[in-house]
Write a protein that binds this ligand. Structure first.
Ligand SMILES: NC(=O)c1ccc[n+]([C@@H]2O[C@H](COP(=O)([O-])OP(=O)(O)OC[C@H]3O[C@@H](n4cnc5c(N)ncnc54)[C@H](OP(=O)(O)O)[C@@H]3O)[C@@H](O)[C@H]2O)c1
Length: 328
């Protein structure tokens, strides 16, 4: 099969499209024929010399894949099941989805709802899964339809889908972006309004700012997340899912103890089977109301992956990059 191989020899990185045999890590692994994969911010971190995210010196990249089960030891996932594959070490410590086939343990496979094609599943991918997981976390905490929700990193894979899903569910997303020329695109995706990155910061010298948001989904981290905590309304929550700006967080405890706000962690990598079912089911219910094609930045073949990794590394993409491993 054709596959995109990342190899690091003591800091010298090589990325090539090669002919390789699919390799199982365990006898119970299932084999999935990949229809589509997608490029995520994490893939760019993996395809970096001396990467701290990558766990092995060489592997097939790709933290996302969708396709059809072609070899199975699982009664729940028989041959022919249409699935999304993501999580665990996939594309980080074992072979990933930038290939025509991928082996994986059953627990990282989710059957797709009938309303979601394998192509749409990769427009969603781990980014859209994380966006929906964040929305559900806010709803579990009491977010009601009509609520004003800030989304940061809004033109990215997670951010753009968070905007689209919140709008489709009757919330009022406010998109924060460093790409203000993309304002019309974000309004079309459902943003009530668009603000600049710097506009998230309210009264930065004070421990508490004006109460602005009923909820927030943050892809950025660092000072942006600290500013959000200062600006949440009483009882509101922020779902923290990203770190594109900074992994550090400097905050006082005042937002927590005087405004009763919550900082909700969101992780898709080790999501339980129950969470996976809940999130994919919510995505399946919403799918008929989402214009997935409009969320695609571009589609690449395996040999176009390096150029697209470079674009995502420098924040020069909008929405999702889809990989078609079947064409050459
Ligand atoms: N928790 C999880 O399980 C999980 C799952 C998936 C992704 N993530 C994380 O979520 C984050 C977003 O992922 P993604 O796939 O959406 O990435 P992405 O498609 O590359 O989008 C990131 C967006 O963040 C903004 N941005 C980029 N650099 C920035 C900077 N220095 N300061 C502020 N904003 C910046 C840009 O949007 P604007 O130009 O619109 O500002 C960019 O489009 C990443 O940190 C990723 O690792 C976490």
């Amino acid at each position: 099969m054709r596959a995109f191989l990342i190899s690091d020899d003591a800091g010298v990185l090589t990325c090539t499209v090669a002919d390789l045999e699919p390799t199982a890590s365990d006898v119970d692994d299932l084999l999935v024929q990949v229809d589509f994969s997608a490029i995520n911010f994490k893939d760019a971190m993996v395809a970096t010399a001396m990467s701290r995210v990558r766990r092995v010196p060489a592997l097939i990249g790709g933290v996302d894949a969708a396709g059809v089960v072609v070899r199975s030891t699982s009664d729940q996932l028989p041959v022919g099941t249409r699935v999304a594959v993501h999580g665990g070490n996939m594309g980080v410590g074992r072979d990933g989805g930038f290939a025509e086939f991928v082996y994986t343990p059953a627990r990282f496979i989710s059957p797709l709802p009938d309303t979601i094609s394998t192509r749409d599943a990769m427009i969603i991918g781990t980014a859209g899964f994380t966006a929906m997981e964040s929305v559900l976390a806010l709803q579990d905490r009491g977010l009601n339809p009509g609520s004003l929700v800030l989304v940061t990193g809004a033109t990215g894979g997670v951010g753009s889908q968070a905007v689209a899903y919140l709008a489709a569910l009757g919330h009022r997303p406010v998109a924060s972006t460093g790409s203000t020329d993309e304002t019309p695109w974000l309004l079309e995706r459902g943003a009530e309004r668009v603000i600049g990155r710097e506009d998230v910061s309210d009264q930065p010298g004070r421990v508490l700012g004006t109460e602005l948001w009923d909820g927030a989904i943050d892809c950025v981290g660092g000072e942006t997340l600290a500013s959000i905590l200062r600006s949440l309304r009483y009882g509101a929550a922020v779902a923290a899912c990203g770190l594109v700006s900074n992994p550090e967080l400097h905050s006082t405890v005042y937002p927590f103890i005087t405004r009763n706000v919550a900082l909700l962690g969101v992780d898709c990598v080790e999501a339980t089977g129950e969470t996976r079912s809940r999130v994919w089911s919510a995505l399946g219910d919403l799918a008929p109301r989402i214009d997935f094609a409009a969320l695609i930045d571009h589609v690449v073949q395996l040999d176009g992956v390096p150029e697209s990794l470079e674009l995502i590394r420098h924040g020069r993409t909008r929405g999702r990059i889809i990989v078609d491993p079947t064409s050459s």
